[in-house]
Design a protein around this ligand. Structure first.
Ligand SMILES: Nc1nc2c(ncn2[C@@H]2O[C@H](COP(=O)(O)OP(=O)(O)OP(=O)(O)O)[C@@H](O)[C@H]2O)c(=O)[nH]1
Length: 311
């Protein structure tokens, strides 16, 4: 029962968080379905425009419509209302999360978190720590974003709130030495998950590569055999810009997952579909608010259902 309630609360939170995205995409789709009595080129063109405007991106939209057209033909469908389900199917099919996307949660893992300023990196690390802790994991944070003065203080507050340990240094300290200390602490305290906040930003790809290279080297040397993840945090409200950032980060780092923040209150939530489809990087979590519990696992099926849910 409690689980059911939790599940329901989780879904309604997602539905309400996606209100603007839904208004942006779904009301447009509905008006196309209501405005056309035949499936013709113009019908597809209108759909195309709505999906692109909904931040799904040109490539993803083309894939969706190609699949839809093929299914319409195959099933001899003539009326728009009979192909709406097929459209939802095609959208879902653009996203696929591998079965093992969350296996790392049950392994001894080091997570590097990268992302440009202000996307919600620190908040997300706080939320993740709290979730892992609730699942009974021992979590340690490494405050290796020593570049920005307040970053360590902010992360300490989140560590406090989540009730997890944090390893930090003074402002301007070498991030490598903090990660080194954090790995030693993780081993000594038998931690399950070590999350490293990094200053991994994009203004200079070479610098970013060098920085990540150094941290990776330390972790690989000091923490042999540990499972590794690199998450890019992106701000969903920036739409196509978030997609660009994901592409660029993916060029310089071995990105294993995307976390999309601020999905609540944005009309650009369709970007989650574009990231999965175009880059084939799994969106692993989405942020749906500023609170510690406002982070959800991203499930394409649930996402599309929430997007099309009656509210
Ligand atoms: N509405 C909403 N706000 C969020 C979410 N995630 C983060 N924020 C807010 O975004 C703002 C920036 O978050 P931070 O965590 O400070 O961002 P950051 O990327 O760590 O910033 P730097 O440390 O400057 O790089 C804060 O006001 C957060 O409360 C979310 O999922 N939804």
């Amino acid at each position: 029962m409690e689980n059911e309630n939790k599940k329901e609360g989780f879904f309604s939170k997602l539905v309400s968080g996606l209100t603007k995205t839904r208004d942006n995409i779904i009301s447009g789709i509905d008006s196309v379905f209501n405005g056309f009595s035949n499936i013709d080129e113009e019908f597809y063109e209108e759909l195309e425009e709505i999906l692109i405007m909904g931040d799904l991106g040109v490539e993803t939209t083309e894939n969706i419509l190609d699949e839809l057209k093929a299914k319409v033909k195959e099933n001899h469908i003539k009326e728009p209302k009979d192909c709406k389900e097929l459209l939802l199917e095609s959208i879902k099919n653009q996203m696929s999360l591998s079965e093992d996307a969350y296996d790392f949660e049950d392994k001894r893992t080091v997570i590097l978190v990268i992302g440009v300023n202000g996307v919600g990196k620190t908040t997300t690390i706080g939320k993740l720590s709290s979730q892992f802790k609730e699942k009974g994991k021992k979590v340690i944070l490494a405050a290796a974003d020593t570049f920005r003065a307040a970053a360590t203080e902010q992360l300490k507050e989140w560590a406090n709130r989540a009730g997890v340990d944090i390893i930090s240094g003074s402002e301007g300290a070498d991030p490598g030495s903090i990660v080194f200390d954090a790995v030693a602490a993780a081993k000594a305290r038998n931690a399950d998950i070590l999350i490293c906040d990094t200053a991994g930003r994009l203004h200079n790809k070479k610098n970013l590569m060098d920085e990540l290279g150094k941290l990776n080297k330390i972790i690989n040397r000091e923490f042999e055999g540990v499972n590794r993840e690199t998450f890019v945090v992106l701000d969903a409200t920036t739409g196509q810009n978030a997609l660009m950032q994901a592409k660029e980060f993916n060029e310089v780092a071995d990105v294993t997952g995307v976390i999309l923040t601020k999905m609540d209150g944005t009309a650009k939530g369709g970007i989650a579909i574009a990231i999965e489809s175009e880059l084939e990087i799994p969106v692993k979590y989405i942020g749906v608010g500023e609170g510690i519990n406002d982070l959800q696992r991203f499930d394409p099926e649930t996402f599309v259902s929430a997007l099309f849910a009656e509210s």
